[in-house]
Design a protein around this ligand. Structure first.
Ligand SMILES: [Cu+2]
Length: 164
């Protein structure tokens, strides 16, 4: 039953476009197709001209983000500048705890799974990634590195979006 539930979760996630399995041509697709602006419980993809605030986040091999807590006002569009200060790949994914838990479990099962959404960025060592995201819903959300082992080591931060 547990296995079936997991399988079901995979299908649901894949069906909603949260994850793209076997997305071998991700870089190419990213260049040619506009990112889809899909409303999520934690906000919606933003545009460069809507940016109200830029925040730099460092990711390190100690499996920590700096800062670990980010306070946002509802309606703000943040540009996250994500610097991988480590020697291994890291990623920054925004979501609800529930979504991230589920996604992290899939990453353990399928470590080579590739995915790309406007609320996530995979950053190679020494490189910098960016995300522009509009927090149009108030609430408490997480950001995390879902690479197998990293999430489980506590590579998680908090985003609090205060209601207008
Ligand atoms: Cu990581």
């Amino acid at each position: 039953m547990k296995k079936l539930n997991t399988l079901l979760a995979c299908i649901i996630l894949a069906g909603t476009g949260s994850l793209a399995f076997a997305h071998v041509d991700a870089a190419h697709a990213k260049k040619d197709m506009p990112m889809k602006m899909e409303q999520k419980p934690w906000g919606i993809g933003g545009t460069a001209k809507a940016v109200t605030r830029t925040i730099s986040v460092s990711m390190t091999d100690t499996m920590r983000f700096s800062p670990e807590k980010i306070d946002v006002k509802q309606g703000d569009t943040l540009k996250f500048v994500l610097k991988n200060d480590g020697k291994v790949m890291h990623e920054f994914v925004i979501g609800t705890k529930k979504d991230l838990d589920e996604h992290a479990a899939l990453m353990v099962k399928f470590p080579n799974m590739e995915h790309d959404e406007p609320y996530m960025s995979h950053v190679a060592p020494g490189k910098t990634g960016t995300i522009i995201w509009t927090f149009n819903k108030a609430g408490s959300f997480d950001f995390a590195c879902l690479i197998a082992g990293h999430y489980q080591s506590g590579m998680i931060g908090k985003i609090t979006v205060a209601a207008k």
